[in-house]
Write a protein that binds this ligand. Structure first.
Ligand code: AMP
Length: 191
């Protein structure tokens, strides 16, 4: 049993593809963004803390989000492997994840990176803004792309050096990308 990480800029279709891959492999899809949105909707202490940060497009602190992930991964339904979507998002979080996996006796199988050029990302995110997410205004979209470039993109080199990275072209139809994700992640031991 090993876990997977799905990496990619906001707007790359990461959530959609992560859900499909998790279903195909029979592992649990864990999205920190979805968990935080649920916490905001439920009005929990975490949600109260997260709401303003999320609405501004910034990141929660590494320690807070890592604690959320560790608590989630310790639950029984994660025993058959998980696909992490939205975590880690910084180099510090990648190191924290490594500690979490060690403590829980889990291993990281590989990291799938969905690659989409920036102009296409902006176009897709503005389209999605019509669905009404508070963090999808043009200003917040640009901030989220900047934060990805500064904080999250360094993870690409980090995981590449460790031989874990699988690059996937994120352009094309959803089904085409799903097929690429499937073949890029075939042969790993997560399922
Ligand atoms: P997402 O749906 O993954 O784009 O996440 C939505 C928002 O939740 C992000 O813009 C952050 O404010 C917050 N968030 C989600 N995952 C993390 C993380 N790993 N570290 C810090 N903040 C996060």
């Amino acid at each position: 049993m090993s876990d997977l990480v799905f990496l990619g800029p906001p707007g790359a279709g990461k959530g959609t593809q992560a859900k499909r891959l998790a279903a195909a492999r029979g592992v649990l899809h864990i999205s920190t963004g979805d968990m935080l949105r649920a916490a905001v909707a439920a009005g929990t202490p975490l949600g109260l803390k997260a709401k303003a940060i999320m609405d501004s497009g910034k990141l929660l602190s590494d320690d807070v989000i890592a604690a959320v992930v560790e608590e989630r991964l310790a639950q029984d339904d994660c025993s058959a492997g998980v696909l992490l979507d939205g975590f880690p998002r910084t180099l510090v979080q990648a190191e924290l994840l490594s500690g979490i996996l060690d403590r829980l006796g889990r291993t990281l199988g590989h990291v799938a990176l969905l690659e989409v050029p920036n102009d296409e990302l902006e176009r897709r995110m503005l389209e999605r803004a019509k669905e009404g997410r508070a963090d999808d205004t043009p200003e917040v979209i640009r901030r989220r792309l900047e934060i990805y470039a500064e904080e999250t993109a360094p993870l690409i080199g980090y995981y590449d050096e460790r031989g874990l990275l699988r690059r996937i072209d994120g352009l094309g139809s959803i089904d085409e990308v799903t097929e690429r994700v499937r073949s890029a992640t075939d042969g790993d031991s997560a399922a």
